[in-house]
Design a protein around this ligand. Structure first.
Ligand code: NI
Length: 226
């Protein structure tokens, strides 16, 4: 399942975050690549353990916790400390699948079930740079307003198209979900959305809604790995 989560950060939050990371020193993006993807990748990244990356990353983690859509769709168990990349003219990241296990600089180890890109540049400020994701339902091109996030299965083949004008600055990270299988997570999310919608119509204490909510939790109990 791919999901667009609008306005994870407000424009003000984006501006503040950009001020922190734009002033920092960037390094060759291959610092975080597996050996296979190293060949396909040309970009810059903030050093993972730098103060700028930590401060900006903490602000993003805080915003994610406050996003009901992110929590409902991702069912996050662990979120990798957010990383930051910058693609300038001619830079790109060719087709690849993200590594299955990621280890953060603080030793945190996660299984990457979901990949996330949080856009930090307005689409009109650069040409190219679309995130192209290949999943079972076809090829999707993604280019979102600054502050918006795309969630997609980390198992899918994806790339970043070459930049032809300007620069594309984003945050990216991975999520280990309580529910490992994408299909199970997607079903729970659909059910959650329907429950929330029904609650608005019939009230939270409606017996049928209470039963449906119970079923949601029993499915989650069956599938969750904590
Ligand atoms: Ni990737």
């Amino acid at each position: 399942m791919m999901l667009h989560i609008p306005q994870v950060l407000t424009k003000d939050q984006v501006a503040r975050l950009r001020a922190v990371i734009d002033a920092a020193d960037w390094i060759d993006g291959n610092a975080t690549s597996g050996s296979q993807s190293r060949m396909a990748k040309a970009n810059l990244q903030l050093p993972e353990a730098s103060q700028a990356a930590r401060d900006a990353g903490a602000a993003i983690l805080d915003a994610l916790e406050k996003s009901p859509l992110f929590v409902a769709a991702g069912l996050p168990l662990k979120v990798f400390p957010p990383l930051f990349n910058r693609y300038g003219p001619g830079q790109t990241f060719g087709d690849h699948v993200d590594n299955s296990i990621r280890v953060a600089s603080d030793g945190m180890r996660i299984r990457s079930d979901l990949s996330a890109t949080l856009f930090l540049t307005e689409p009109e400020d650069y040409d190219g740079g679309e995130l192209v994701v290949d999943d079972t339902y076809g090829v999707h091109e993604v280019k979102l307003p600054a502050g918006d996030l795309i969630l997609y299965p980390a198992s899918s083949l994806h790339r970043v198209e070459p930049i032809t004008r300007g620069a594309r600055i984003s945050s990216f990270f991975w999520i280990q979900s309580l529910v490992r299988q994408d299909a199970q997570r997607a079903l729970l999310f659909d059910m959650d959305v329907a429950i929330q919608r029904l609650a608005g119509q019939v009230g939270a204490n409606d017996p049928s809604l209470v039963a449906l909510t119970g079923t949601y939790h029993n499915l989650l109990r069956m599938w969750a790995e904590v």
